[in-house]
Design a binder for this molecule. Structure first.
Ligand code: NAP
Length: 370
């Protein structure tokens, strides 16, 4: 009989993109499925091939969960912490696939990004590993963009500044940014059609509107429209945020190489809706030509696309709006820095809901099914 796969968190940002990708690729033909919820009890299940229940099931029903061959959770860390440990305690032997960070650094789990670490994944499966976790979104997108340099062991260290979209913080945050846009537009629309108003007056109404909102009950704790927030996730005790800490530890776990590559920088939330962008300063361990660097990068995988370092190519191909909804990972602004010949700068963009979250999960599910 076909394996039974349970989906939890399929309604959220990552889960809905995953569902979409599974449908588009006809993956539901290969297994039976059942959908769970933590809040929409008695609602109908998505209509997909081989779905065994027309209604949503309770995501906290351990007796049901324990019968599943595979559980795919895009529900978040809190759910994983609560349910995964319980299932393990009851001796569940199924596969757990997760989008959240809770289990990433666990010894018994593999962070999945098969264009980078397929051999580790295969070895893990053969050795009985049961837990497969998607990596941090900027980590996965960085590895997809710079895979050619990592695989040729050319990198000493990386300093990175991220420009992370609001959907990276979940569906509620995305709705809040859209509400900010609607609220501000209502306040400034009359000014926009009046020819008498000065630009500074409009700017004042814009800023005052955003500052008049009470953010204490919101998920985003400050205005994001017309703004940015150079802080993502909780703080850890060395001055980094947890998002910044993940950059180094997760990359090195995925690469599983003998030499630890230090990576650090500042993670910044920006008001783009979808796609994370990153500016890299890369210290290479030798002086190799830009032509060679571009060739190594572009031959690493079929999704990375080198963008020529000129204005027209950059504005047309290296931005969140162009990349949203695609698996492409463009990388441009590739140049040697005037700091020295071994210092390289580059800028990349990628859809953090696809390669940064849902796609590695879809692909590990298919690997486990096959
Ligand atoms: P999310 O959009 O906040 O969704 C999580 C859950 O919130 C949903 O499954 C849904 O559960 C509930 N929910 C409440 N209100 C909702 C609404 N209006 N629309 C949709 N769902 C709503 O979270 P997410 O961004 O997908 O993240 C899930 C996990 O993946 C997190 O651990 C996150 O850290 C990780 N991750 C996220 C990204 C990203 O770019 N967003 C990237 C990599 C990893 P019920 O249906 O049960 O109510």
């Amino acid at each position: 009989m076909k394996k039974l796969v349970g989906f939890v968190g399929w309604r959220g940002m990552v889960g809905s993109v995953l569902l979409n990708r599974l449908q588009k690729n006809n993956d539901f033909a290969n297994f039976r499925s059942v959908f769970f919820t933590t809040s929409q009890f008695n609602s109908v299940s998505p209509k997909v091939l081989n779905c065994i229940s027309s209604n949503l099931e309770d995501a906290y029903n351990i007796d049901y969960l324990i019968t599943l061959d595979i559980i795919v959770s895009c529900q978040g860390e809190k759910y994983t912490r609560h349910i995964y440990l319980k299932l393990k305690k009851f001796g569940w032997k199924g596969y757990w696939i997760d989008a959240s960070s809770f289990l990433r650094m666990n010894k018994e789990s593999i962070i999945v990004l098969d264009p980078i670490n397929l051999s580790s994944i295969q070895t893990g499966i053969n050795n009985g590993i049961k837990t497969f976790v998607g990596g941090n979104c900027t980590v996965s997108l960085m590895l997809m963009a710079l895979g050619g340099l990592f695989s040729h062991k050319l990198i000493d260290w990386i300093s990175v500044s991220t420009y992370q979209s609001v959907s990276g913080s979940g569906s509620k945050s995305m709705l809040e940014l859209l509400e900010q846009i609607g609220f501000v537009y209502k306040n400034i629309s009359s000014y926009l059609i009046s020819s008498k108003k000065s630009i500074l007056e409009i700017e004042k109404v814009f800023t005052n509107s955003l500052n008049s909102i009470n953010y204490s009950e919101k998920k985003i704790k400050s205005p994001l429209l017309g703004n940015l927030i150079p802080w993502i996730d909780k703080s850890i005790d060395n001055g980094q945020t947890k998002e910044e800490w993940k950059g180094s530890v997760e990359t090195n776990k995925i690469l599983n190489s003998d030499k630890y590559i230090p990576i650090d920088g500042i993670c910044v939330r920006v008001p783009s809706l979808r796609c994370h962008s990153q500016a890299f300063t890369i210290k290479l361990n030798c002086d190799i030509s830009i032509k060679e660097i571009e060739s190594l990068i572009s031959s690493h995988n079929i999704w990375v696309k080198v963008v020529q370092n000129d204005f027209s190519s950059t504005i047309n191909h290296l931005n969140p709006l162009t990349v949203s909804g695609t698996l492409d990972v463009p990388i441009g602004r590739i140049k040697k820095m005037n700091i020295g010949k071994k210092y390289l700068s580059a800028f990349s963009v990628g859809d953090q809901l696809l390669w940064g979250a849902a796609e590695p999960l879809r692909r590990i599910l298919n690997i486990l099914i096959s």
